[in-house]
Design a protein around this ligand. Sequence first.
Ligand code: SF4
Length: 288
Amino acid sequence: MKKLLVARNIGFCFGVQRTVEIAKRLLLHYRELYSIGDIVHNPLVMEDLKSKGLKVVRSKDGIEGGRFIVRSHGIGPTTLYSLKKKGLEIFDATCPSVKKIQALIKKLDKEKYFIIIIGNEKHPEVMGLQEYGTRTLILGKDGEPPALKTLDKIAIIGQTTLSFEEYIRKAGYIAEMPFSRKVVIYNTICKVTGERQKEAAEIGREADAVCVLGGRNSSNTTKLYETVKRYNRNVFYIERMEDIEDIPFLRFNSIGLISGTSTPEDFIAEVKKRIKKTGYREVQYNGK
Ligand code: SF4
């Protein structure tokens, strides 16, 4: 029988789970809540929260009063301060792992480190992190290593969803640049995303095809998709149920199923049900 190989690490991570629960609780109570940008990167989750009263604005200028939720990716202190000044009641739903990095940057800043953040300069997590230091620089995806004058102390921090290999490669490169006297590299890659990347590579090698479930705007889902693609060319990005229609099920004896950290359980269950209808038996991936 054909096999549907389901990843062990699938569905919401604890950070996203927590943020969504906080938002739902607040919406049940207050019926209206503001956020800057999507609080988690999944359109299905966001549509549900918006139907419950979440108002997503592009910037702080779009909010005049009321209650505000800080998304899982966190927020910078300057933005937070200006929201408080507007009289907003703030509820912090930042993922605890991101909060730890914010605190680390604050501490390093006090210790006079120059902080280089490796990550996507347009991602809310990275934009927020940068505000916690006074001397920081973001090294983006295709960014050239910075041309800096000699610095005494450099600390390197990575966006939580980076692949570990990519982070180490870039951080190592900076450490060898002539401007660096003392360089400290912190492993800030989220353990959850690291485990999923590892599993994605394994399932990518084992299954005939792989479905990667998650929002197209989700950084960690995109990384999973790219990881699988390195080992398997039959990889399908499934954001909504209609994306499944593109899969030529007849061609594959086994299909792997993995998801980003903001993909909801009910969507995963629906996808499984749809695939199983075409003759696949669900098997949990046991790891290597
Ligand atoms: S992936 Fe990691 S850092 Fe991001 S929300 Fe989940 S637990 Fe937090």
